[in-house]
Write a new protein. Sequence first.
Length: 231
Amino acid sequence: HLAVRLSSFHGIELEEWPAQIAATALHLVEHQANQAMELALGSAPDPLPLDKIKSIVVGNALRVDWATVLGPTEHLYIMGNPPFLGHATRSSEQAQELRDVWRRDDIGRLDYVTGWYAKALELLGRPGYRGEFAFVSTNSIAQGEPVPALFGPVFAAGWRVKFAHRTFAWSSEAPGAAAVHCSVIGFDRPSRKRARLFDYSGNLKGEPVEIPVVDQLNGYLVDGPIVLVDQ
């Protein structure tokens, strides 16, 4: 019995070609797993046909109803690397998308990536959906004015920071790739398990150093009380 199958994976991608690449990548991983199974057991499932993955939806993730991508489940893990656009670089259309998903007119300095947080809160707040979520994000979401606007609703909905990677430098060999500073933050429901915190202050391009968490992680990714500083 396989605990994880191709049918376990779902995704939303804005453009057709990257969606096809994602589906192909899933096929390749399955093929590698089948090869390992064949070495161990002597036989493996037929990998064909290649068009059996129907769970990568082409569309705008902030406009798509995520509940149409997959039905209710008690074991949902939402993760992603949303587009990095600050309040000064997002388009007017993207600003409107943020207003719509957060259901408020004043979005202040919220980064575009926070729209995915709003969508995750919405889906996991529906009956029948339970799980966790985590996103690669611009590090600005845990600094200054955006913190109460983002973490206020997250904490109010009963979530806690399960783990966090503080600011680190994101680099890529892709042509024209932006050099940005990121953070990775994951959320779950409060539990007895201690949160985990990783810091890169010694070298933003190096390996992280784990810092023991005594109490809890707040919206500034600091071990301490849940305090949100408004203007």
